[in-house]
Write a protein that binds this ligand. Structure first.
Ligand code: URA
Length: 240
């Protein structure tokens, strides 16, 4: 394993919240003659399935009861869209409509997201519709009263989000709102500071923009223009 591969592997464990790693199996390269001893080659057990797919991830989630959010949920909202999408949108968590239907962004915020994607694409001459992209959330179960997911809920469910993103390997990810930004970019910065610029997650380009629910509030209309600008940037980067 090269230094770079080891770094990536350790970052993966860190994303999963693993803080301590034990050297369970150590393979020692036959000792070269002194005075030039080589360090032992470390072989770490892998937690990340090598051939991960959305179906495997869904099966691993199963009838999830890993956190308190399962208690009031009707349906787990895994994600929807093109499994080989070049662009993935990540929201915060399901609302009431999504919880009933088991699909992400099908309520009012979802209608606005569809308009934003399809309207911007059509204006910019990019021939894509909502089913061409993939849409999912940080947490897969509806938080009671649509409250913001708590850090432990985000950490537990975040591992499945990371696996979804790794399995799809899109050209770009668009993070909708500060919860998605916090979960993927591991930052405390707000959307105003993060939006409009490119970020990076495991070699994938990442754009942050406003959550559609925020744009639905009448006093946030100036943010709409900025969100459209962000989306234009993403769509051109991915589809030009
Ligand atoms: N808001 C989200 O963040 N996700 C949904 O799926 C719906 C509303």
């Amino acid at each position: 394993m090269t230094k770079d591969e080891l770094r990536q592997r350790l970052e993966f464990y860190q994303d999963l919240g693993v803080k301590t790693i034990y050297r369970r199996s150590v393979t020692t390269v036959p000792a070269p003659p002194i005075p030039n001893p080589q360090p032992p080659v470390l072989s770490l057990p892998t937690l990340e399935p090598t051939q991960d797919s959305l179906l495997t991830i869904l099966a691993d989630i199963g009838d999830c009861k890993r956190c308190r959010l399962h208690e009031a949920r009707h349906k787990i909202v895994f994600g929807s869209g093109n499994q080989e999408a070049r662009l993935v949108f990540v929201g915060e968590g399901p609302g009431a409509d999504e919880d009933q239907q088991g699909l992400p962004f099908v309520g009012r915020a979802g209608q606005l997201l569809t308009q934003m994607i399809e309207g911007t694409a059509s204006k910019e001459g990019i021939p894509i519709k909502r089913p061409d992209v993939y849409i999912c959330n940080v947490v897969k179960c509806r938080p009671p009263e649509n409250r913001t997911p708590q850090p432990d809920e985000m950490e537990i469910c975040g591992q499945f989000l990371y696996r979804q993103l790794q399995a799809i390997k899109p050209k770009a990810i668009c993070l909708l709102g500060s919860t998605a930004a916090k979960a993927v970019l591991n930052t405390k910065d707000g959307v105003t500071r993060l939006r409009g610029k490119w970020h990076n997650w495991r070699d994938i380009q990442v754009m942050v923009t406003y959550h559609p629910s925020y744009l639905l509030r009448p006093y946030n209309q100036s943010a709409k223009k900025e969100a459209w600008e962000d989306l234009k940037k993403v769509l051109h980067y991915v589809y030009d």
